[in-house]
Design a protein around this ligand. Structure first.
Ligand code: ACO
Length: 328
């Protein structure tokens, strides 16, 4: 087994207080609590207000991590920010967080890997630490997806939610740390899950607002099939690279998109559901933030304790998929 270069230290998260239930959706769309629960496992999700920007949610999660590490924002060497729903397109979300955090000694960059964003960002942070470019790398994953989803489209609107999670990646101090990571993408499948408009090739226009191409579009069934295959590949690769088997995993934290994808992933990996962290019922799909929020909950509720081995696996738009095994 590889000796880890970097470890995760401290966790934080933020969930907007506003809870939206499936029944509320059934009042504005042709859907039902029963359909949403049976197909996705989602009961409710959090909806941010205008004031709860992506950066504000990221900051709330980051401050918890800094406090647990006895650090101030000035101690940070780098900020890696995973998001698919930044507050604005320029500058990066990481630079905006750096400004409101007052982390003026840090380098700041975004990672765009949609729902795989947190695992990608952790891996980038690990690389920065291994290259001895930085010693204290704040990793934040936050989403304000409800501002880029089509509230009139029942096939996507019921799936997403808002929130943020964070951790610190630093050089290893002992045997705990990142044991393996695996990143993969297939850009040829991008159009199964994407936003056509709003970028430089389709800049804002009246047509874009009229045809709703500013919002997330998804071919749900195709994405579902790809997610199951990719998450299975991700688990296999992370275990193989760590030199471990499923029996060595104490907790699996998969991306929280759909309970059926989570169950299929756990079954393929050979990890029983008792060892799988699930909160998709309460948060829906928070894309990049989903594993980060679940990780913070798992730590704070005592599901993940020192010495345990945890595996993350994710899948998202791109397509991207990724996994990581960490000795906690
Ligand atoms: N309420 C009621 N009916 C609905 C709803 C809804 N909210 N949404 C779709 N339907 C209907 C469809 O219109 C369709 O009706 P039809 O048969 O008359 O045409 C029927 O339900 C079945 O639709 P499917 O899309 O085949 O339903 P499916 O069982 O595949 O479930 C779902 C849809 C939940 C979206 C599923 O495909 C899924 O979870 N896909 C993966 C999503 C995912 O993992 N995304 C990850 C990445 S997200 C990111 O990166 C930002």
């Amino acid at each position: 087994m590889k000796r880890p270069f970097a470890e995760l230290s401290g966790t934080g998260s933020y969930a907007p207080p506003r809870v939206m239930t499936n029944d509320e959706f059934s009042k504005i769309l042709d859907t039902s609590d029963q359909w949403i629960r049976e197909r996705t496992g989602i009961r409710e999700r959090r909806i941010s207000t205008k004031e709860e920007t992506n950066a504000c949610m990221g900051k709330a999660a980051a401050l918890q991590v800094l406090e647990q590490n006895g650090l101030t924002p000035l101690d940070l060497d780098a900020i890696v920010y995973a998001t698919a729903s930044p507050d604005r397109l320029l500058p990066s979300q990481a630079c905006d967080l750096q400004a409101i955090l007052g982390a003026k000694n840090a380098a700041a960059l975004d990672v765009g890997a949609a729902c795989s964003g947190f695992v990608y960002a952790l891996s980038v942070a690990e690389g920065i630490v291994a290259a001895q470019q930085a010693e204290r790398v704040l990793v934040v994953a936050a989403e304000k997806l409800t501002s880029i989803m089509d509230w009139s489209d029942r096939t996507t609107a019921v799936l997403f939610g808002d929130g943020a999670g964070a951790t610190l990646v630093r050089p290893c101090t002992g045997t705990r740390g990142i044991l393996s990571s695996y990143l993969k993408s297939d850009g040829t499948l991008a159009e199964l899950l994407y936003r056509r408009g709003g970028g430089a090739s389709h800049p804002p226009s009246e047509e874009l607002l009229k045809d709703h191409s500013y919002y997330i579009k998804m071919a749900g069934r195709e994405v579902f099939k790809a997610a199951v295959l990719s998450m299975a590949d991700a688990c296999d690769q992370a275990l193989r690279r760590a030199g471990l088997t499923a029996d060595d995993i104490d907790l699996l934290i998969p991306h929280q998109a759909n309970i059926r994808i989570i169950e299929a992933t756990a079954k393929h990996a050979g990890v029983p559901m008792e060892k799988v962290y699930v909160n998709v019922d309460r948060f829906g799909n928070t894309s990049a933030a989903s594993i980060a929020i679940a990780l913070d909950e798992a730590v704070k509720t005592g599901r993940l304790t020192a010495g345990m081995t945890v595996m993350f696996c994710a899948f998202g738009a791109g397509f991207t998929w990724a996994s990581m095994v960490v000795r906690w």
